[in-house]
Design a protein around this ligand. Sequence first.
Ligand SMILES: Nc1nc2c(ncn2[C@@H]2O[C@H](COP(=O)(O)OP(=O)(O)OP(=O)(O)O)[C@@H](O)[C@H]2O)c(=O)[nH]1
Ligand SMILES: [Mg+2]
Ligand SMILES: [Zn+2]
Length: 318
Amino acid sequence: MSSSTRINAKTQRGVEDLPEGIILKGIGGFYYVDTGRCIYECKARGVFRKDDMIPLPGDRVNISIVDETKGIGNIDEILARKSFLIRPNVANVDQAAIVLAVRAPSPDFMLVDKLLIAAGMVGIKCIICINKIDLGIEDEFKEMADIYRKAGYPVILLSSKLNAGYDSLKKYLDMNITVFAGQSGVGKSTILNSLLESSVMETGEVSQKLERGRHTTRHAELVTLKSGGYLVDTPGFSSFELSELSHSELQNFYPEFEGYIGKCRFTGCSHISEPGCRVKEALEKGLIDTGRYGRYAQLYDILKQQGQNIYKYKKKNK
Ligand SMILES: Nc1nc2c(ncn2[C@@H]2O[C@H](COP(=O)(O)OP(=O)(O)OP(=O)(O)O)[C@@H](O)[C@H]2O)c(=O)[nH]1
Ligand SMILES: [Mg+2]
Ligand SMILES: [Zn+2]
């Protein structure tokens, strides 16, 4: 940020205007707000506290400028949120890029499916990134891509080693806030660095070297793409549990079931063992991926059990 950009902002807008911006990150009570012309270090006024509203990265805000040359301001208003995520704690996320690797680590499809469901539950669209295609043979990663293409998700094949796929990925990122999620080591931070053409994110090689005795406080942070759009890196998951989802709702988060739901012989069909099930018919015809279906059935059982445990717990503690 140069002082000339700040002066520009001042002369073209006038200091009395309330410029609108987006919070990139918050650290120690300061929020860094990008107005498109420069980044202001802002404090949040007490007004949000009564509403229990804590400013989050991704929040659209109105600021007033305290010192134009130093780039200091105040957040006066948080504009209505479209959405907010708890992990990472970011507002207004448009989409999730769910990353898996062809190998190293070998793909955890259950984790991918759970992340797709979790994103679906908060109304965030998803794209699937299959990374490290340099480590696999074509048949292998095409098969992986098919699983998710068949389910209706856009799939992008990537490799940092081959510098492949980034142009296709960029088309999905403009003008959006995209969160990168997935297993540890699949290459999320490497992808962000390639997109940003710099080493902003810490990747596997670096972190291994610094592992011992290191304290990293991970703040969710929006990083800006030159073409517009913001990216959020997240630390990898080793496990991930779905909560607050009932077994009967699970079906709604499988886009490939959509055309069949409500058309089975039995109302309230679970698509597990009932006769006359349209989902199972589609599965037998090969229209629905067997692996995805198998994991649906597995998750259905888990959620049903979870629901029963909650019910028992509530009854006991009445
Ligand atoms: N062969 C190959 N290696 C890759 C590719 N992308 C990333 N890697 C390597 O995979 C390792 C992990 O990459 P990261 O970018 O740190 O993975 P991450 O998903 O951010 O991992 P966490 O931060 O732990 O969740 C590093 O050693 C990268 O160099 C790729 O396309 N091909
Ligand atoms: Mg990382
Ligand atoms: Zn059915």
